[in-house]
Each structure stands twice: as C-alpha cells, then as structure tokens.
Design a protein around this ligand. Structure first.
Ligand SMILES: Nc1ncnc2c1ncn2[C@@H]1O[C@H](COP(=O)(O)OP(=O)(O)OP(=O)(O)O)[C@@H](O)[C@H]1O
Ligand SMILES: [Mg+2]
Length: 265
C-alpha cells in the first residue's frame, strides 16, 4: 500500500456562518497530484484554505491527516512548518515587506533566490512590496516562486494559471511541474527520502498540459460528486458542463466516468 500524504475524512466546514464543505473524504498518496474541478462557489478554495489551516474556516466535523498525523486542530504556521504550502487564487498584497525579504524567510533548502526569480521572470520584482501593483500574471509567478523557495511536500494550488497568458502558462507549468516532481532529498535530521504531492484547482485544465495528474474530483455544492482520470473528467465537463455532475449530486451518487455510480454514504 502506498504511503498517504494527505487524508481528508468526512470534512464539514463553516465559513462566514455558512456550511460550505459538506462531508468530503479523499486521500492523496505521496508523490501523486490530484485535480479539483467545480463550478464557481462550489467550495474549492474553501477546501484548500481549510487544509492549509486559515482560522476563518471552522471545521465542524471530520478530520485532516498529514502523513498520518492528525492536523485538524493545528494552526496554519505549524502546518506550513510540517511542509504544506499554498498559492492563492487572488494573492493579497503585503505592503512594507519586500518579496526578497519573504523569500529569505521561506528559504529552507539550497535554492538560489536570484536564479529562481530570474527563471520565473521576477528578478525585477524582488525589491518591491509583495504583490503590490503586480499584474495578474506577475502575482501568479510570485506565488510559484515563493512555493519553490519554501519547498513544501504538499502543494496546494488555487487556479495557478487563471489570467495568465499562453506563453507564461508554459513557463509556470514547467516550474509547477518542478515543484511537484518527486525528489530524493537528504534531510539532515531525518535523513530520509521525500517526494511531493499536489492538489490543484483548475477551471481550464491548461495546467494538465504541463503537470502529470493522477486523479481528479468534481465538487458540487460542497460535496465530491465525480472522480476519475483528469483528462477524461475535463473532456466531460468541457463537452457537457457541470449539469450531469449536478444530477449526481441530486441522486447522491459518485460517478467515476466509466459509468459506475457509487452511493455517497
Ligand atoms: N468568508 C466568507 N464569508 C461568507 N461566505 C463565504 C466566505 N468564504 C467563502 N464563502 C462562500 O462559500 C462558497 C464557496 O466559496 P469558494 O471560494 O470556496 O468557491 P470556489 O469553488 O473556490 O469558487 P470559484 O471557482 O469562483 O473560485 C461561496 O458561496 C462563497 O461566497
Ligand atoms: Mg476559488
């Protein structure tokens, strides 16, 4: 059996007085990348932010495990230290802190900040306040740069390619793939081998052209209704929209896109 990086067990989440996640369960093995699809407002960002540990997201039921440790009650900073990292759908600007200063704090491996910033065409942004006045595409590259320097084991990406032009999607895709690649890493304390796992939200699926993904899910109204091969699921959604997923939601079944339906409970 493969080692599990992230396990989410019957998760229910409330935010702003509204229950947004309604009983979601799934597992991501070490070294695997999973994709989340779903219509606007279905709870995708809420799920990622809850896994990261943002305090506004109240877990009212269920558990989250990271490498078999129960992190359900762990604060965000502790989760980051354990090796969980997130890129935002809409990255906030942080005035008064230079991008370079943040990168120096995040740095936990031998990465060369200047070199990586240049690779991501962000070398002229290092001395600017984080994300302040950055264009949409620059913010996305800034987010990926931060993650590459942070080097987390579980990478949560919220629409990394939205608003990014075709040429820059290729660049971002290449570095997201690097970020997620299995790596053999010698840790001075643990001396062990580690490899990465990812959970990526995408509407367009463009990222799938650059990042090999192993499995995907569709979220409708806070529940996982469909799961399957990412490109097959994307094709279904592109051709038919989310209508038939909503039908599964109403019938309380999960469909695996090979015509098999499961009862959700
Ligand atoms: N802080 C909050 N207060 C009130 N409602 C919230 C809050 N955060 C999220 N919601 C609501 O929860 C629902 C899910 O939001 P979420 O951002 O998770 O959707 P999403 O699936 O990421 O959508 P999109 O594709 O548009 O990014 C929405 O109806 C949203 O308005
Ligand atoms: Mg979102």
């Amino acid at each position: 059996m493969s080692e599990i990086m992230l396990a989410v067990d019957d998760l229910w989440v409330e935010v702003g007085g509204k229950i947004v996640i309604k009983g979601i369960s799934f597992e991501i093995p070490v070294g695997k990348t999973h994709i989340l699809f779903g219509p606007n407002g279905s709870g995708k960002s809420t799920l990622l932010r809850t896994i990261m540990g943002f305090s506004a997201y109240k877990i009212i039921k269920g558990k989250i495990f990271f490498r078999e440790n129960d992190i359900t009650k762990l604060p965000l900073a502790e989760r980051a230290k354990l090796g969980i990292g997130i890129s935002f759908q809409e990255a906030p600007a942080i005035t008064g802190v230079k991008l370079n200063q943040l990168l120096q704090i995040l740095k936990n491996n031998g990465a060369d900040i200047e070199e990586m910033a240049t690779n991501l065409k962000m070398e002229n942004h290092l001395m600017r306040d984080i994300n302040a006045g950055f264009s949409g595409g620059e913010k996305k590259r800034s987010e990926i740069l931060q993650l590459i320097i942070q080097n987390p084991n579980l990478v949560l990406l919220d629409e990394p390619e939205s608003g990014v032009d075709i040429g820059n999607i290729e660049l971002l895709g290449k570095y997201i793939d690097k970020l997620l690649q299995k790596e053999v890493h010698h840790n001075e304390m643990l001396g062990n081998i580690r490899s990465k796992s990812g959970l990526i939200i995408t509407h367009t699926g463009h990222i799938l052209n650059y990042v090999p993904a192993d499995k995907s899910y569709v979220i409708i109204n806070g529940k996982l209704v469909c799961k399957g091969n990412p490109s097959e699921v994307l094709e279904q959604i592109s051709n038919n929209g989310f209508g038939h997923c909503e039908e599964c939601f109403r019938r309380e079944v999960i469909k695996d896109f090979k015509g098999i339906c499961y009862e959700t409970k």
